[in-house]
Design a protein around this ligand. Structure first.
Ligand code: NAD
Length: 489
């Protein structure tokens, strides 16, 4: 039997086990096998990590010039790139996602997140005002952006390195220190990043990692720790609510990137080749485990049948398999538990009167992937807008196709949701594109594209999909504290 790998906490620049000796299994979703154990942090480890982060703020890190700090952040990006293959192997084992996806998106974005925020900080300027005073001498007001302090970073499992560095990058570029709690499903790349921090020369205690679960474990201990000055979280809306409550004690700010039930709207005047290709990606990329992914597809009635037939043909060409199999486009779901959840919606769809256009069950896998957490990509028609399958976030490779007749009607139906993360519109009518996009209650709307990301733009959700915006200068709202200084002449 091969020995299991072990993921330790990374605290104050060193790898440490849990004092309690408690560990939990880490499973490779493509095979269903336990390939590692991770140490579970108790209050002792969380406390040590927060103290290390505080000491680092008060040490060399806290007095570095912006230029020196930025150089270190760039070195982190360089080191991720130098260890590209190590990060790639770690990520595809932990998530089961296709190698082609992780090598094009997850790992390059891990490095890009540090580079982009380093550039942002290098070029920002403050604001100043000359202010009149009754004595005629005047005053000058200027504002400084200072680091917020110790930031708790709580991450999900769908893009472990990408979403973690999306927060750690700006946090460090702004001069904060962090304690990261990666998802219990995917502890590998956050652990590996500790080696990168040491190699890049980032002072000890600036980047810390504690492993564990949410309630009654590392997540709750960290978010309720009084030594934490701000909490940034990506994950489910319900977890976001719990974290917001925890942040209320001590009035700590939060940045929340939460769930979605994102619509795509396909007008009859759209370029159908592009609309089908884009919708294939937006529904099935990463096996549907993308917060920005589409789960509701509204198609204008004259092209409904053709669109459904073409999407079905596309889905039936998708190749399921493990991360390194040739030509694979669809990996497994993250866990047996998540597959149970997605399958429960497949069952519910039938009960709610759906017609299954394709999929709807479990594929027969063989070889090493026999026990992996694979599921069939699925399309439904015939569902009502108020069916649970159309209302609730599923987070799997599936979508409901829903016909519409009028522009106003589809805007109202697309907006008829608790969530407000993203939308995509497919139309060749320019005025309609602008007119509809601005009426959608979302944080991000793509026109004739999906997942086309410019990291300088505001990223976040409306309604129950989030609080705040991250990206480019928008991240400074959370990762810095503004101080205004007024000097009387
Ligand atoms: P999750 O909310 O179950 O878990 C996310 C993290 O929170 C994990 O590290 C978990 O251990 C921790 N956690 C759970 N309960 C906690 C608590 N009470 N206190 C502190 N920490 C706690 O989410 P998930 O299943 O890992 O990720 C999938 C969800 O994330 C989906 O809803 C998806 O839409 C959302 N998501 C949103 C974005 C975005 O940018 N808006 C991006 C990716 C994923």
């Amino acid at each position: 039997m091969t020995e299991l790998r072990e993921f330790l906490h990374f605290i104050d620049g060193a790898y440490r086990p849990s004092a309690s000796g408690k560990t939990f299994p880490v499973v490779a979703p493509a095979t269903g096998e336990t390939y590692a154990v991770a140490h579970e942090a108790g209050e002792t480890e969380v406390d040590a990590a927060v103290s290390a982060a505080r000491s680092a703020l008060n040490g060399r890190w806290g007095v570095l010039s912006v230029a020196d700090r930025i150089d270190l952040v760039i070195s982190v990006a360089d080191e991720i790139t130098a260890r590209f293959d190590d990060f790639l192997e770690a990520e595809i084992t932990d998530t089961g996602k296709p190698r082609s996806l992780a090598s094009h998106i997850d790992i390059p974005r891990g490095a890009a997140n540090f580079r982009m925020f380093a550039d942002t900080i290098r070029t920002i300027s403050g604001e100043s005002f000359e202010t009149a005073t009754p004595d005629g001498a005047g005053a000058i007001n200027y504002s400084l952006r200072k680091p917020r302090g110790v930031i708790a970073v709580i991450c999900p499992w769908n893009f472990p390195l990408l979403l973690m560095t999306w927060k750690v990058g700006p946090a460090l570029a702004c001069g904060n220190t962090v304690v990261v709690k990666p998802s219990e499903e995917t502890p590998a790349t956050a652990t590996l990043l500790g080696e990168v921090m040491n190699k890049a020369g980032v002072p000890k205690g600036v980047y810390n990692v504690v492993h564990g679960f949410g309630p009654g474990s590392a997540g709750e201990f960290l978010t309720s720790h009084p030594g934490v000055d701000g909490i940034t979280f990506t994950g489910e809306t319900r977890t976001g609510e719990a974290i917001m409550k925890a942040a209320g004690t001590g009035v700590r700010p939060v940045s929340l990137e939460l769930g979605g039930k994102n619509p795509a709207i396909v007008f009859a005047d759209a370029d159908l080749d592009k609309a089908v290709e884009g919708t294939m990606r937006s529904v099935f990329a990463n096996c549907g485990q993308v917060c920005l992914g589409t789960e509701r597809v509204y198609v204008e009635r004259p092209v409904f049948d053709e669109f459904a037939a073409r999407l079905k043909a596309g889905v039936e060409k998708l190749k399921l398999g493990g991360p390194s199999a040739k030509g694979v486009s669809l990996g497994p779901l993250i866990s047996a538990e998540h597959r149970e959840k997605v399958l429960s919606y497949y069952k519910l769809a039938a009960e709610e009167g759906a017609t299954v256009v394709t999929g709807g069950g479990m594929p027969a896998m063989s070889g090493a992937e026999k026990n992996g957490f694979f599921i069939e990509p699925t399309i439904w028609t015939g569902l009502a807008d108020d069916s649970r399958v159309v209302v609730e976030e599923i987070f799997g490779p599936c979508c409901a196709l829903l016909p519409f007749d009028e522009e106003d009607e589809v805007i109202a139906r697309a907006n008829n949701t608790y969530y407000g993360l993203a939308a995509s519109l497919w139309t060749d009518n320019l005025s309609r594109a602008h007119r509809v996009a601005r009426q959608l209650d979302v944080g991000i709307c793509w026109v004739n594209s999906w997942f086309l990301r410019d990291l300088r733009t505001p990223f976040g959700g409306a309604k129950a999909s989030g609080v705040g915006r991250e990206g480019g200068v928008h991240s400074l709202e959370f990762y810095t504290e503004l101080e205004n200084i007024c000097v009387k002449f």
